[in-house]
Design a protein around this ligand. Structure first.
Ligand code: S3P
Length: 452
């Protein structure tokens, strides 16, 4: 049996330990669990609740650091947000034109979704604002939002290199655009949808491939359905008015993904993941793992608050390498760290292409994962837009650096379940950005994790 030691120290190091020399199997991952709420949907519930009229009640909210950064930003703009329990919030909406100028810079921490969506919302306000974040966020590309916003008439300055901080001038009015996005990005699409609520005329945003559509679905829940013409979202802001509603946030498929991989690779596993969001724009991880031979069943599929939800059963299965279909890439964009661990355990070669976006996430996820896998003895070759992994041989021990990226850290914890020797994972503090109770939940499923 291998065990995982999770060390929460000032340098945020996790250690994984293996106590079996040679052939290794982890503890079977069994039982039922519900991972925390969806990060993307939680952000949007606060943003739309803030600009709606009336009191929005949110349940299942993710108390991750990223979402709390969004909450803090809206509080700084005069929105009353009350927390009633770990997962329940109420937001007293101030209406489309009721936000107040923040007195200080809005610090969005590690959260790309907060800064990109807020840049669209704030581009339409009559007050100026400055948005920034931590050292990782300050390296992330923002021209993808500032350029189309400038075409709408916004004045936004970035640091050299097109990175945060973003200084947004008070708006003297935005105009609609017809925009074809060069990258498949739900953050860019959502940023422009929010800006379009404040623009004169009808905005059209065309995506090169389908991306998560939580903004569109939630706007419909707030009484503002958008138009759709093929790949194009149509926003007509005339007479627009958001009405407060109830938002039930499902469990985050991106957090569930780590456990899907864990249960797939550890013999004897049989895990039920409850109430997981299975929006078709997010289920690339299920499609890819199933193509690799995983035994994953979606049961009790239902629709809650405009989002499909299911209970997902995962049993251990023999995985094999595949060429990952390019159309699945945007649908699994956050799950590749976990998928790479599955690929390392799969017999044969897995090839990912068309995923250059992974290089500009919370870390360069292609390089960070390849470096870590190579350190553990896995045959992984990074490419400009993906990776080639020859898996199924062995995963050894060693030291890996998560580069402050929550998903890299959690992915390598799952590698610890089947590693032959201890793994030390550095710089893991940001797991709290998306999965505050990771250790407790992982332990409850049979992952031997300890905080020391
Ligand atoms: C998100 C969209 C994705 C994803 C991110 C959350 C969102 O980013 O990686 O974690 O909530 O809209 P891109 O749309 O830039 O790919």
């Amino acid at each position: 049996m291998s065990s995982v030691i999770f060390i929460s120290s000032p340098i945020n190091t996790f250690n994984t330990l293996s106590d079996s020399a040679g052939g290794v199997t982890g503890t079977a991952i069994r039982g039922e669990l519900r991972v925390p709420g969806d990060k993307s949907i939680s952000h949007r519930s606060v943003m739309l609740g803030a600009i709606a009229q009336g009191i929005t009640e949110v349940s299942g909210f993710l108390q991750g650091e990223d979402n709390l950064a969004t909450v803090d930003a809206f509080r700084a703009m005069g929105v009353d947000i009350l927390q009633h329990s770990d997962t329940e919030l109420t937001i007293t909406g101030v209406g489309l034109h009721g936000l107040q100028a923040p007195r200080t810079t809005l610090d969005l921490g590690n959260s790309g979704t907060s800064i990109r969506l807020l840049s669209g919302l704030l581009a339409g306000q009559k007050f100026a604002s400055v948005l920034t974040g931590d050292s990782s966020l300050q390296q992330r590309p923002m021209r993808r939002v500032t350029e189309p916003l400038a075409a709408m008439g916004a004045a936004i300055a970035t640091a050299d290199g097109g990175t945060p901080p973003l200084s947004i001038a008070a708006s003297s009015g935005l105009r609609a655009i017809d925009y074809v996005m060069p990258v498949a990005s739900a953050q860019v699409k959502s940023c422009l949808i929010l800006a379009a609520l404040y623009a004169e005329g009808v905005t059209r945003v065309t995506e090169p491939a389908p991306t998560r559509d939580h903004t569109e679905r939630m706007l419909a829940g707030f009484g503002c359905p958008l138009g759709r013409e093929g790949d194009t979202v149509v926003v007509d802001p005339r007479d627009i008015r958001l009405r407060a509603c109830k938002v039930d946030v499902p469990a985050d498929i991106s957090s569930a993904a780590f456990f899907m991989v864990a249960a797939s690779i550890v013999p004897g596993s049989d895990l039920l993941l409850r109430h997981v969001g299975v929006n078709p724009t997010r289920i690339g991880v299920i499609n890819i793992l199933k193509q690799m031979g995983a035994d994953i069943e979606m049961g009790a599929v239902r629709e809650i608050g405009g989002e499909p939800v299911a209970d997902i059963r995962v049993r251990c299965a023999k995985l094999h390498g595949i060429d990952i279909p390019p159309e699945q890439v945007p649908l699994a964009i956050d799950e590749f760290p976990a998928i790479f661990i599955a690929a390392a355990c799969a017999e044969g070669e897995t090839v990912l292409t068309g995923a250059a976006e992974l290089r500009v996430k919370e870390s360069d996820r292609i390089q960070a994962m390849a470096d870590g896998l190579i350190a553990l003895g896995v045959d992984a070759v990074p490419t400009a837009d993906g990776m080639v992994i020859r898996g199924g041989v062995r995963i050894g021990g060693g030291e890996v650096d998560s580069h402050g990226d929550h998903r890299i850290a959690m992915a390598f914890v799952m590698a610890g379940l089947v590693a032959e020797a201890p793994i030390t994972i550095r710089d893991c503090g940001n797991v709290n950005t998306s999965f505050p109770d990771f250790i407790t939940l992982a332990r409850s499923a049979g992952v031997n994790v300890e905080a020391v």
